[in-house]
Structure formats: structure tokens, C-alpha cells
Design a protein around this ligand. Structure first.
Ligand code: C2E
Ligand code: CA
Ligand code: CA
Length: 846
């Protein structure tokens, strides 16, 4: 910025002070020029002529010494003046070399020619301002001269006057009676005649000057006055020409024209005037030619108009003549001084420089101000910066510390994200993959194309009982042990997943057909043949496996898992421990199940469930011992549903807890009410699901209900399926024992199907054995001795248990059972399960 600025400044200075370089020292003079003037310095005409001469000279490259002399012959046309001038010239020039003499007007020419030999080294003479008559008269017998003829132009002047005022009819000519006056007068007359013969030309040469003034003051509007050579009055006295012109203009009503430039400014309007400057210029050129070596005598005097249409500004104004009416090429002089017009270039230049300087100054000031502002800002910034620097230095250390902390944190973060990824894709307990991983992998594979393979849904059988009887730690240990056995059969590309709980999934795309799939299912089942050593026990665990083949059984994980689950469920239904391929029919069953599930809650709320009661007869006393409560569901949406259809589903989804409690409470309320009403002591037998028994507070629930209903605990018998007790004896036994203590009776339902040994039964806190219907069905006649019922009854009695036979349909069966000492009989033979009203009728009829 500063560089740019100083360059600008320099440029400007150069521009302002661009003065011309000083001229070299004058070369040695090549010659001397004498300019000899007839009149005086200050006489406009003479001054113009001299200026013209000098201007021609100045165009030359060489240097001459120029002397200028004035004879002052106009003001002093006396012999005395001439004598004095002569003396002076003699004194000045007698011993000086003159190379050319340039004369202006007659007197000087005459003097030069007369005295050049004596005074001016006989130099050649160049004249100017001399008319034809003057030349003839003066140069008679002379040689070695040349010059510029003075050619007046009356025609141009008269035409200009007519152009300004076409009505002009009269031309008044003012000239004297000298030779030159008469000749110019004649030229004027001739010119007027040439222009228009009808113009009335009046010459005033015979009038005395005063009379002329009088005359002119009277001329009419259609006139012009043309003044030419008028220096001598009729009485021979000299006339001050300019003064006369002034007087004339003061009295005249019409414009006064002239033929000579020098009269301008003396009241004349103008004309086609001889210009002193132009005369001088031409004379100067001739002098230069002579100095350049041409002989003066060989140059013919120049006859040319050195004229210019010239008009006086004040007089134009005086006569109301507009500049536009002047002939073309006219020049207007003596216009009021206008500084601008006169010094236009200078003014513009100075203004430009001034404007430039002002703008430069403003610019400079602006920049100075900006620099100051910047300087101030810089100082402030500097201050801030040093403060900042200090702070930075302080925080750098801190930053380093932070950086290492960040790096550390970053490393930890990376580690953590890896861990996180691992955790989110693995099962925490077993280290197997989880469902998320499987779904991501399957998305990669299954959707990509027709990938083939098999998916196994592996569910442990009765895992709940392990967990409940041996504790969660044992359960976890078992799951881990199973995982590692499963791992042992998995190959690299297979995915082994723990879905949660006791469910595993095995995904493989290396098995392409059902035969191979079956082989592998068996291989998995094989893993379970050897018991697992857990918590000092050898646990025998089995598994149920559902198998799906893809892509035919599903093309996404959800479908595959759902279908495999269904197949697995089928295995469970059919007694667990085994495998099953998915079949489309399962879907319908499954859907039905879903349907049933959906209606459970509504069924309970809207009292669609109902309890039927089936009598149990004490054959020894021939009396009603009690009733078994059996649930019925007549659904408006699904129709009648047998308990064997919906109870397993309710067990599966846990609804049995709510439903079971409702059954227990409803049946207890009913039997209490019935007993109270008819003064009886009937027992009530209620079927209890294993799911209910697994509840921690099951005993409390029962106690609570007994308390609320006021039913005697000894009138309540809970029927528990034999197989259930066998599978989770430890947990269940404790609860049963607790209930036993308050007098609740416990029956082992479906006895004989669970393969439990009677010796084991002995250790259980039960009161009743309920012989399963299949054994009763086996009794064909009273003397059949192949039946096992008698053994059961016998051993049962030894253990002081009450024996009930269910499903008794025939008299023969009844007879056989009575004969073998069975205590209580239940079956269609006596009655089907009945609703409350019918039951009460039945009791009346018993
Ligand atoms: P269960 O406990 O063994 O019940 C006896 C079943 O045998 C009842 O079938 C009953 O109606 C039927 N029955 C009784 N006498 C005869 C007969 O002489 N001939 C034939 N053919 N059948 C007879 P139901 O009511 O269909 O019950 C089936 C099973 O559903 C029950 O077997 C029981 O396991 C379960 N169940 C029924 N009600 C309930 C209940 O309230 N709670 C629970 N947890 N399970 C129940
Ligand atoms: Ca039962
Ligand atoms: Ca039964």
C-alpha cells in the first residue's frame, strides 16, 4: 500500500513540475536581422507586424540576433525626427553586420533603401505593408529587395457589409487625397461597381474632416461608411486616424467599415481587414529564405491577400448585429475579457491538477487515517496477542495433558466398542452368538439368493425343573455344558445361537437335503445320551428339536424361527425328546392356539368358563364322598373347547395361574355353600397344574382361599398328575407338605402312567392315589386277574392312602374294584360331570 502511494506521489510531482528543460547555450550567431518599423512600438499594426515576423523566425532552428527599431514616423513625420533616427542608426549599426533588413510600411522601406549601403552592410531588404503605388514610388531604381505587397480588399469588405445588411444602397468612402488615398479610393469604387452597379458610391475625399463628421451623422439607414487611407486633411494637416475613426463612429448611425486591421478598437465595425500579423509572417518567411541563401532580387514580391474578416465585438453589440449573421470565417475581436476563454487550457490544466491534488490529498488523508486506525488496532491486537500468548503457553501444557488423556480415552473407547460389539452379538452366559448376530448374518445370506440349508430349534425338556430343583447356578452350568457339546458338532460356517432360556438355534447352510438334516438332528440328540455332571449330580437331560429347511420353510429369520418352534412344540406334545420337521399343517394348529390364547382373558372376564362337578362315591359307606371340579369353556367365538385342548395352552402361556386360582376359589366357594345349605361334608377335588405348583407362594394362595371361603382344609383335595410330581419332586414336595400340615388332601392323579415306583410314592406327602382310566378300561369282567389295579389298591392301602378309580363306566368294573377294596369310585356309571343345578338334583336322587 505504501509503495503504491509513494509511486503515485512521485508521478504527480513529475506532472506538476514538468517545466521545459533549460535551453542549451546559444549557438554562435549565424547572422543579424534588423527589423525596421515605420511607426512606433505600441501601435497595434506595427506590433502585429513585428510579432508576425518574429513568429516566422522562431520556427527556425538556428539562432540569429534580431534588432528591432522604430522610426515613429506616424507621430513625428519630421525631418528632425528623420535626422535623429539616422544618427542613432549610424551610431548603432555602422560597425555592425546586418544580413537582412525587414521593413514594415513605407517610411522604413524608404529609409532602408536609402541608407542601407551606409548603415546596414548593404543588406537585402524585405518590405511589408506597402501597396503597389508605394512600391513603385519608393523602390524606383533599387535592387536586392523583395517583400509582401499590401493588398487591400474592399470587395470582401463591401460584400461582408451587404451580408450583414442587404438593404445597403449607399456607400460613403472616406479617404484622403494623397496618392495612396486616391488609389485606394479608386479600388473601393471599382469593387462596389463590380458587386452591384446600382450601388450609390459617394467619395468624401474633398470634404474636410469636420464636414465628413457632419455628413456621416446624417446618412440614412441603408448606408455604409467605408474608411480607408485617411491620414491627411484637405488643408494638408495630419489626421490622427484612430481618433478620427472614434469620432466618426460616435456620430454615425450606420456601421463604419475599414480595410486595415490597425483601426480595430477605434469604433469601426470591421471588414475584410489587412492583418499586420499576417503581413509580418509572410515577410519573416522571405527573410528566412534570404538567410538560407536565396538572393532577394530573385524573389518576386508576394502579392497575396493577408486579410481576415474581422469584426469588433462592442460595435456588433452596438448595432445589434448577431455573430451568426456574419459571413463565414469571420473573427470577432475585443470581446469582453473572459478569464476562462483566455486561459481555457491553463484553467483546465490547473483545475485538473488541483482536483487531482485535492483527491490525492483526500486519499492521502484517508489512508493516513486508516493507517492510524490500523496502527491503533495493531497495537491493541498486539496487546491482546501477548496476553493470548501467555494464556496459550499456559494452556499448551494443559492441552498436552488433555491430549494424552484423550488418546487414552480413545483407545479405551475403541476397546469398549469392540467389547460392545462382542456383547451385543453374543450370549453373555454361554459365549455363543445371540439372536441379533443370527439375524444380521441371515440378512447377509438368505436375501442374497437361493441359499439352502437347515435351521434347528433346540429346546431342552423340563429345564424348568432343573432350575427350580437345583437352583439357578446349576441351571447356568447345565446350559454352558450343553453349549460346549453343541459346539463340538458345529462346523466353521455354521452359526450356533442361544436364543435365551433353554432354547438354542443351529443354523447351517452345509446341509442341503432332509436326509442329511435328519442325520444331524440325531447327532444332536445323541449329545444328550450321556448325563451332565452338574453340582455333584449326574443330570439326564433330553431335548426337543424342530427342524426347518430353507428356503422352502421360510426366507427370513422370523418365519424360520416360528416354524421351527412349531415343529419343536409338536415334539413336546408327543412326549418330548426327539425331532420333527416342520410341516405346513402345524401352522393351522399354531394359528388355532394363537386364537385360543387371544380369547382367554375375555373368556374369564365375561364368565365363559364354567365348572362342572363329577361325583365321587365312597363304596364302603355307599355315600357321596365328594366331587371333582372340571372346567368347561363354551366360547361364543370358538365353540365348545375340551379342557385337554386349552389347558396345555394356558399352561404354556401362563394363563393357567389366573385361571387355576379362579377354579380353586370358585369350587371352594361352591362346595362350602353347598355343604352349608344341605348340611353335608362333601370334599372337593381340584385339578392343579404343574405351573401353579411352581409358584413360590402357591401354598399361601391355597391357604388364603381356604381362609376367605371358610372351607375346612380337610375337605379340599388337590389333584396333581403323577408325572409332574416325579419331575420336580423336590420343589413340589415342600409345598405339598406345607399344605398337608394344615389338612389339605393331595391326590396323585393319573396314577400308573408315570412309571413311578410305589416305594417312591411312599416318600411323598400324599393322601390319595387316583388310578388312571386306562387301567379301569382294562377291567373287562369282575374275575379278571390280569389287571394291575388290585396290586395298586393293595399297596396303596398299605401306605394308608385312599384309592380312587376314575373312568368307571360299567357294573363289571365297579364290581371288580369293590371286590378288590377300592375306596372311591368316579365315572360315568354314576354320573358325568354336571353343572351346579343338575348336580344338586342328582344329589337329591342319590
Ligand atoms: P382328569 O383330571 O383325569 O379328569 C378326568 C377326565 O375324565 C375328565 O375329562 C372327565 O370328564 C373324564 N371322565 C370321568 N369319568 C369318565 C368316564 O366314565 N368315561 C370317560 N370316557 N371319561 C370320564 P375332562 O373333563 O375332559 O378333563 C380332561 C382333563 O382335563 C382332566 O383329566 C384334567 O387333566 C384336565 N382338567 C379338567 N378340568 C381341569 C381343571 O379344572 N384344572 C386343571 N388343571 N385341569 C383340568
Ligand atoms: Ca383329575
Ligand atoms: Ca385323571
Amino acid at each position: 500500500m505504501m509503495k503504491k502511494l509513494s509511486f503515485l506521489l512521485l508521478l504527480m510531482l513529475i506532472f506538476i513540475f514538468r517545466t521545459p528543460l533549460p535551453a542549451l547555450a546559444d549557438e554562435p550567431e549565424d547572422g543579424n536581422i534588423l527589423i525596421l518599423n515605420s511607426y512606433y512600438r505600441g501601435f497595434t499594426w506595427t506590433d502585429d507586424e513585428v510579432d508576425g515576423i518574429l513568429s516566422s523566425m522562431s520556427e527556425q532552428k538556428w539562432d540569429y540576433q534580431i534588432s528591432i527599431e522604430y522610426m515613429d514616423w506616424k507621430r513625428y513625420p519630421t525631418q528632425e525626427n528623420l535626422r535623429n533616427f539616422y544618427n542613432m542608426m549610424k551610431m548603432k549599426y555602422a560597425s555592425k553586420d546586418i544580413d537582412v533588413i525587414v521593413c514594415t510600411d513605407d517610411a522604413a522601406f524608404q529609409f532602408a533603401l536609402t541608407y542601407r549601403k551606409e548603415l546596414f552592410s548593404n543588406a537585402p531588404v524585405v518590405f511589408s505593408g506597402i501597396n503597389t503605388e508605394g512600391l513603385v514610388q519608393i523602390a524606383k531604381g533599387q535592387d536586392n529587395y523583395t517583400g509582401v505587397m499590401e493588398k487591400i480588399n474592399p470587395e470582401g469588405t463591401i460584400r461582408a457589409a451587404l451580408a450583414i445588411n442587404p438593404k445597403i444602397r449607399n456607400i460613403y468612402l472616406v479617404y484622403d487625397n494623397t496618392e495612396s488615398g486616391l488609389s485606394t479610393g479608386k479600388l473601393c469604387r471599382d469593387a462596389a461597381t463590380k458587386i452591384d452597379k446600382n450601388l450609390n458610391v459617394v467619395a468624401l475625399n474633398d470634404y474636410k474632416s469636420d464636414s465628413i463628421l457632419n455628413f456621416v451623422s446624417d446618412v440614412d439607414k441603408n448606408s455604409m461608411v467605408l474608411v480607408t487611407t485617411f491620414f491627411t486633411d484637405t488643408d494638408g494637416s495630419n489626421i490622427d486616424h484612430e481618433l478620427f475613426c472614434e469620432k466618426l463612429s460616435m456620430v454615425s448611425n450606420v456601421p463604419i467599415y475599414h480595410l486595415y486591421d490597425f483601426a480595430m478598437g477605434s469604433g469601426i465595425l470591421g471588414g475584410n481587414l489587412i492583418i499586420g500579423g499576417l503581413q509580418g509572417e509572410e515577410a519573416g518567411k522571405l527573410a528566412v529564405r534570404i538567410l538560407n541563401g536565396e538572393k532577394a532580387s530573385s524573389i518576386k514580391p508576394i502579392e497575396m491577400y493577408t486579410n481576415q474578416l474581422t469584426f469588433d465585438y462592442p460595435m456588433l453589440k452596438h448595432f445589434g448585429i448577431s455573430e451568426s449573421s456574419l459571413p463565414s470565417g469571420s473573427k470577432v475581436v475585443n470581446a469582453p475579457f473572459s478569464f476562462f476563454e483566455t486561459y481555457k487550457k491553463l484553467v483546465i490544466t490547473v483545475s485538473l491538477i488541483f482536483a487531482f491534488m485535492v483527491s490525492f490529498t483526500v486519499l492521502l488523508l484517508f489512508y493516513i487515517k486508516r493507517i492510524k486506525i490500523m496502527q491503533k488496532k495493531l497495537e491493541e491486537n498486539n496487546e491482546e496477542l501477548s496476553q493470548l500468548y501467555e494464556k496459550l503457553a499456559a494452556s499448551e501444557e494443559e492441552l498436552r495433558l488433555q491430549y494424552s488423556k484423550v488418546t487414552e480415552a480413545n483407545e479405551k473407547l475403541e476397546e469398549y466398542s469392540a467389547t460392545l460389539y462382542y456383547r451385543s452379538h453374543h450370549d453373555a452366559l454361554t459365549g455363543l452368538y445371540n439372536r441379533l448376530y443370527l439375524s444380521e448374518e441371515i440378512e447377509k445370506h438368505l436375501y442374497k439368493g437361493a441359499e439352502e440349508g437347515a435351521l434347528y430349534f433346540i429346546d431342552l425338556d423340563n429345564f424348568k425343573y432343573v432350575n427350580d430343583s437345583l437352583g439357578h447356578n446349576a441351571g447356568d452350568e447345565l446350559l454352558k455344558a450343553i453349549s460346549s457339546r453343541l459346539m463340538s458338532v458345529s462346523t466353521k460356517n455354521d452359526i450356533l445361537v442361544r436364543l435365551g432360556g433353554d432354547e438354542f438355534v443351529y443354523y447351517t447352510n452345509e446341509i442341503k437335503n432332509k436326509d442329511a438334516a435328519e442325520q444331524f438332528a440325531l447327532k444332536i440328540l445323541d449329545l444328550f445320551t450321556i448325563p451332565f455332571p452338574i453340582s455333584n449330580n449326574m443330570l439326564s437331560v433330553t431335548a426337543s428339536i424342530g427342524v426347518v429347511m430353507f428356503p422352502e420353510d421360510g426366507q427370513d429369520l422370523d418365519t424360520l424361527l416360528r416354524n421351527a418352534d412349531m415343529a419343536m412344540y409338536k415334539v413336546k406334545e408327543k412326549g418330548k425328546k426327539g425331532y420333527r420337521f416342520f410341516h405346513n399343517l402345524f401352522k393351522e394348529e399354531f394359528l388355532e392356539r394363537i386364537h385360543i390364547e387371544n380369547y382367554f382373558k375375555k373368556a374369564l372376564d365375561e364368565q365363559e368358563f364354567q365348572l362342572f362337578y363329577q361325583p365321587q362315591i365312597n363304596v364302603n359307606a355307599d355315600s357321596i364322598d365328594g366331587f371333582e371340579a372340571l372346567i368347561r369353556w363354551d366360547s361364543p367365538e370358538l365353540g365348545y373347547l375340551p379342557p385337554l385342548k386349552f389347558i396345555p395352552i394356558a399352561e404354556e402361556n401362563g394363563f393357567i395361574i389366573t385361571l387355576g386360582e379362579w377354579i380353586l376359589r370358585t369350587s371352594c366357594i361352591y362346595i362350602k355353600m353347598l355343604n352349608d345349605r344341605i348340611q353335608a361334608n362333601y370334599k372337593i377335588s381340584v385339578n392343579i397344574s404343574v405351573i401353579q405348583l411352581l409358584q413360590d407362594d402357591f401354598a399361601n394362595i391355597v391357604k388364603n382361599i381356604l381362609e376367605k371361603t371358610g372351607l375346612d382344609a380337610s375337605l379340599l383335595e388337590l389333584e396333581i398328575t403323577e408325572s409332574v410330581i416325579m419331575e420336580s419332586a423336590k420343589v413340589i414336595t415342600k409345598k405339598i407338605a406345607e399344605l398337608r400340615e394344615i389338612g389339605v388332601r393331595i391326590a396323585l392323579d393319573d396314577f400308573g402312567t408315570g412309571y413311578s415306583s410305589l416305594s417312591y410314592v411312599k416318600s411323598l406327602p400324599i393322601t390319595t392315589l387316583k388310578i388312571d382310566k386306562i387301567f379301569v378300561d382294562d377291567i373287562k369282567n369282575s374275575d379278571s386277574n390280569t389287571n394291575v389295579t388290585d396290586t395298586i389298591i393293595d399297596l396303596g392301602h398299605k401306605m394308608e392312602l385312599t384309592i380312587i378309580a376314575e373312568g368307571v363306566e360299567t357294573e363289571a368294573q365297579l364290581a371288580y374294584l369293590i371286590e378288590n377294596g377300592c375306596d372311591v369310585i368316579q365315572g360315568y356309571l354314576y354320573s358325568k360331570p354336571l353343572p351346579e343345578k343338575e348336580l344338586e338334583k342328582w344329589i337329591c336322587n342319590f
